[in-house]
Design a protein around this ligand. Structure first.
Ligand SMILES: Cc1cc2nc3c(=O)[nH]c(=O)nc-3n(C[C@H](O)[C@H](O)[C@H](O)COP(=O)(O)OP(=O)(O)OC[C@H]3O[C@@H](n4cnc5c(N)ncnc54)[C@H](O)[C@@H]3O)c2cc1C
Length: 431
């Protein structure tokens, strides 16, 4: 029986535990966490593959999930970026509306008013997810989500231990035990932004993705629950608005190199025309480890890499990688060089997501503050060898009409060609 010990009870630790146990039914999965080290408490928005992840790879009963987590549906992102604004939707469904389109335009959607036509009215009235649909993305309260995942994990026989890891016993590149008592064949480090078990170097994205703070707060939701995330260009970053069933979550994501926490608060209050009675500032770093699976230690979640809150990709990455980890662990002693292959895959995966998010910033011409002027100068870092740049060249030459570039369709590019086109089209890129 293979023993897997996961450190951390945040979204990464719990999702990994459930996915790995679901695929390795005889494995002994243990999760170690401590209430005295709180979870980060963000991670409330997902992408289109999340419904499938939960149904197929965790085997979640969606009726139960809807009852306990009370999620809202997310159909995409309304980006107040670029010269005007646009929607990046998760479904090409918009292609089938009566927009006099002669050609599909990927996931780009202009208009912004989901209540304007039959399909949209259906979406706005249908705030609750359909338990039978696979391709849903959700927004949810992170606390409710974690509570539900832990309850489910306990029901499935996953063992939870309350402990703070203070000492690590190693033999070569293998960890033998934690605190001298927790032993396992594999250790999965999901301990948050400061890696506990990994000694790998951090490859920072700070030169290209400069944001390192989020000022978060909540307000009561208005009459309608918007079935998308709204992202607005701000003087020194951007602001998210996410409608949950009972409240709206806000987050001003900015760079401490360009503004202070106090000025960011003033900026967002002015922008919304309100006084924010209570808020929290979260510090984060963008980048990834250079290797993710070394010896018997695998890193996952914020410990492993973080790109940016924009496009809400982390839970997708955690889920996707947990599936691979579960599969590779099944090979046991026969895994050969799969961990090295895994490391290459994960590096490309994070770097491609990085490029996609980077393109949102360098081509955004909405504001002319120093922050945005500097971003536009960083365009030279979107180099020709990047997959995103190849897609850009295709877009500039052919426009948005062909769903055909072979390397745009591989698993390290989760946005596909349509996602990239939506951004180039929406930001009106014509370099
Ligand atoms: C501003 C911001 C917004 C974000 N928004 C989104 C979003 O909308 N969508 C999305 O997909 N992702 C988002 N993310 C990423 C999100 O934070 C992660 O997807 C997710 O929360 C994973 O966190 P984690 O489990 O890695 O770490 P954490 O939630 O920090 O959990 C760490 C765990 O490790 C435990 N731990 C730490 N040290 C020890 C120790 N010594 N001994 C024992 N236990 C220990 C802690 O107790 C805790 O349980 C966002 C991130 C930021 C910074």
């Amino acid at each position: 029986m293979v023993r897997i010990t996961i450190v951390g009870e945040g979204s990464a630790g719990l999702l990994a535990a459930l996915i790995i146990q679901n695929k390795n039914k005889t494995a002994k999965v243990t999760v170690i966490g401590s209430d005295t080290i709180p979870v980060i408490g963000v991670g409330e928005s997902t992408v289109g593959s999340f419904g499938n992840l939960m149904r197929t790879h965790i085997g979640i009963d969606m009726n139960e999930f809807i009852r306990e987590v009370n999620p809202t549906l997310k159909h995409g992102l309304w980006l107040d970026f670029g010269k005007s604004d646009f929607h990046y939707t998760f479904q090409t469904a918009f292609d089938f509306q009566k927009f006099n389109k002669t050609l599909p335009e990927g996931l780009y959607f202009k208009g912004g008013n989901y209540g304007n036509n039959e399909y949209s009215k259906d979406m706005i009235n249908r705030n609750r997810p359909n338990p039978n649909k696979l391709s849903d993305a959700f927004n949810f309260d992170n606390g409710l989500f974690l509570k539900y995942l832990k309850k489910l994990a306990i029901r499935r026989g996953i063992d939870f231990k309350e402990d703070i890891i203070k000492t690590i016993q190693r033999e070569g590149d293998k960890v033998v035990s934690l605190n001298g008592i927790h032993k396992a064949d594999y250790f999965i480090d999901c301990s948050g932004f400061n890696p506990l078990l990994s000694k790998e170097k951090w490859k920072s994205y700070e030169d290209t993705l400069v944001n390192d703070r989020a000022l978060i707060f909540t307000r009561e939701t208005g009459d309608k629950t918007r079935p998308y995330t709204k992202a607005t260009t701000m003087n020194n970053g951007w602001l998210w608005e996410i409608d949950h069933s009972n409240r709206t979550g806000f987050g001003y994501v900015y760079s401490s190199k360009y503004t202070t926490d106090d000025n960011a608060l003033e900026d967002v209050q002015k922008h919304l025309g309100i006084v924010i009675p209570k808020h929290r500032v979260i510090k984060f770093k963008t980048g990834r480890l250079e290797r993710h699976w070394v010896g018997n230690v695998i890193t996952l979640g914020n410990t492993d890499g973080f790109v940016e809150p924009l496009e809400a990709t982390s839970l997708m990455v955690i889920g996707h990688l947990s599936i691979y980890i579960a599969d590779i662990i099944r090979y046991g002693n026969h895994m050969g060089d799969l961990p090295e292959q895994y490391n290459d895959f994960v590096n490309t995966y994070y770097d491609n997501i990085h490029d996609f998010i980077f393109a949102h910033f360098i081509y955004n011409k909405k504001l002319d503050t120093q922050y945005w002027k500097d971003y536009r100068k960083r365009e030279k870092l979107f180099t020709k060898d990047r997959v995103g740049n190849t897609i850009l060249q295709h877009y500039l030459k052919n426009g948005v009409h062909l769903k055909f570039i072979s390397h745009a369709y591989n698993e390290t590019n989760p946005f596909g060609l349509e996602g990239w086109f939506a951004i180039f089209r929406g930001l009106d890129v014509n370099v």
